[in-house]
Design a protein around this ligand. Structure first.
Ligand SMILES: [Zn+2]
Ligand SMILES: [Zn+2]
Length: 214
């Protein structure tokens, strides 16, 4: 059984998730924590629940999903893992911060610990997440998918009732539609946790999201 805790972070209302199971090992997905209290909330939650973080993973390389990488690195020694096709974004996080949010980052970002591809698996406790490549919002956007628990983290590719922008560097409307067609093959009951906004399911999106199709 997975326990999924959501922390809404930074000026773009980005969702960071801490996911643990009965072993109390956890993963941290998209740590966009920017403000001091956001950072403290996540770190305190991990400590108070006696969780052991095993991976810090990002659905893609946009700054709103990576603002807090340094605090996770400082506290737990984990470097971010992100798909190899988003290397171009991970190497310019401070520039993105300034361009997208107008913020100057005054701390060093930890370098990427591992560049992922579709053959990698994210292991923690008694669970495994696989990587579904979903380019379109960025070149290296992915879904992290746990088949056993029918759960996926969709980043900025799929939102409840909507999809991510494709007008940033490396974005492609053609690619995101192709990616969503692959995602549409997941079981209807698959619960989707997006990078912004509330959770949904594949079935609900197929029924209501104009961009989704099987
Ligand atoms: Zn994004
Ligand atoms: Zn985002």
């Amino acid at each position: 059984m997975l326990k999924i805790e959501r922390f809404t972070c930074n000026m773009l209302q980005e969702n960071c998730y801490v996911v643990n199971d009965e072993s109390n090992e956890c993963i941290i997905i998209d740590c966009g924590a920017f403000l001091e209290e956001e950072r403290k909330d996540i770190v305190d939650y991990i400590h108070e629940n006696k969780l052991t973080p095993k991976h810090l993973i990002a659905t893609h390389g946009h700054i709103d999903h990576n603002f807090g990488n340094n605090i996770i690195y400082q506290e737990f020694g984990l470097r971010p893992e992100v798909h190899k096709n988003d290397k171009y974004l991970m190497e310019e996080l401070p520039e993105q911060a300034q361009a997208i949010t107008g913020v100057v980052i005054e701390y060093d970002m930890p370098t990427v610990g591992k560049y992922l591809d579709s053959t990698d698996k994210i292991l923690f406790g008694n669970h495994v997440f696989t990587i579904i490549e979903t380019p379109g919002h960025s070149r290296g956007s992915v879904f992290f998918y746990c088949k056993e628990e029918n759960v996926a983290f969709s980043g900025d590719t799929l939102f409840r009732g909507s999809i991510g922008r494709t007008d940033f560097a490396g974005g492609s409307m053609f690619q995101i539609i192709q990616s969503l067609r692959i995602i549409g093959q997941l079981p209807d009951e698959t619960k989707i946790y997006p990078g912004h906004g509330n959770p949904t399911t594949i079935g609900l999106e197929l029924a209501t999201n104009p961009y989704m199709d099987r």
